[in-house]
Ligand binder design. Structure first.
Ligand code: ADP
Ligand code: MG
Length: 316
């Protein structure tokens, strides 16, 4: 199977599947064309996943496709952006039809779920690497940034944290229990908070998606904003399955391990009060912003500087 047949069979059918009409030209030409409506800013981000680094060797390709697009879409969620389209740069060791058809199926399902149309891509031979660029739009000037947190703002997170990190322990489990299956589902099929991100645009003072662990990602907000924060360990939302599986360690997973793709946002107390209750129900208040730099975690024994995933930390 040649490169062009591969593209025609497995990727062309995914084109133009988004509800959005602003993707004017999809795959098949030298470039794709996206129209940015008046009064909108274009928001875009690229993510690379390398086999053996970001996902395990021999990881099922339908799940890989979903996780890759979810991780990329989560960056749009963190900006409060409405998803529009994406490009896919795929490097493959060989053209394995069953691998490709499962990959294409997983990508198709995720693309439909997140409202992202495939706009184009690039296909090359080499070690397995998946690179996705996602495009979205925000109302002009309304994109959520990391640098807007202010003294007195509340720190909130969506959903439950730590499940995806704990799931790594059970990936090879031949007969997972129901609780293991629940956390594994969070690892295999993360759901980026796209609707919530858009609802918080214009309300949150700062936002980030939790891809490297709550402590590391919240610290990005604190550094960018030139502030500190105090959070309470007991306020960090944990799933019952995670607590049953890991007991006292559940909070460590939430603070230190990544891949949850929930949102961490800051907002002034008045903004919180004014939020509709259905949005507040998706968030937990875990602490507040303070002038003194650094992250303080009340009721937690670990040290705040041993967390998160950093490719180069050990090399410096
Ligand atoms: P060029 O040489 O002009 O860069 P390519 O041969 O790389 O073009 O790609 C031909 C067309 O196929 C382009 O429109 C490109 O966007 C599309 N394409 C290539 N690989 C993929 C892929 N994995 N998924 C979707 N579209 C792809
Ligand atoms: Mg090309």
């Amino acid at each position: 199977m040649g490169e062009f047949e591969l593209i025609r069979r497995f990727f062309q059918p995914l084109a133009g599947r988004s509800a959005s009409s602003s993707l004017i030209l999809g795959p098949g030409d030298d470039c794709a064309i996206q129209r940015v409506p008046d009064g909108r800013d274009l928001v875009f981000s690229v993510d690379t996943l390398v086999e053996g680094v970001h996902f395990p060797k021999a990881y099922p390709s339908d799940k890989l496709a979903w996780r890759a697009l979810a991780a990329a879409a989560s960056d749009l969620a963190a900006m409060g952006a409405e998803p529009v389209c994406f490009t896919l740069a795929l490097t493959l060791p060989c053209a394995d039809e069953s691998w490709l058809s499962a990959f294409s199926r997983g990508l198709f399902q995720a693309a439909e779920e997140f409202g992202l149309a495939l706009a184009g891509g690039d296909t090359t031979r080499g070690p397995l690497v998946v690179t996705l660029q996602v495009h979205g739009v925000v109302p002009k000037g309304q994109g959520l940034h990391r640098n807007g947190a202010k003294n007195g703002d509340l720190v909130c997170v969506s959903g439950c944290l730590g499940d995806a990190g704990a799931a790594l322990e059970y990936l090879a489990e031949p007969d997972p229990t129901q609780d293991m299956q629940a956390v594994l589902q969070r690892y295999h099929q993360p759901l980026p908070r796209l609707a919530l991100g858009q609802q918080l645009s214009g309300v949150a003072s700062a936002a980030i998606d939790i891809s490297d662990g709550l402590a590391a990602d919240l610290e990005h907000i604190l550094e960018a904003s030139g502030v500190g924060a105090s959070i309470r360990a007991e306020a960090i939302p944990l799933s019952p399955a995670l607590v049953r599986l890991t007991g006292d360690q559940a909070v460590d997973y939430a603070l230190r391990s990544g891949d949850d793709y929930e949102l961490c946002v800051t907002l002034p107390p008045a903004g919180w009060q004014a939020l509709p209750s259905d949005i507040r129900q998706q968030l937990s208040v875990i602490g507040s912003i303070e002038p003194e730099p650094g992250l303080r975690i009340q009721g937690w024994q670990g040290t705040a500087d041993q967390h998160g995933f950093d490719h180069f930390r050990s090399m410096s």
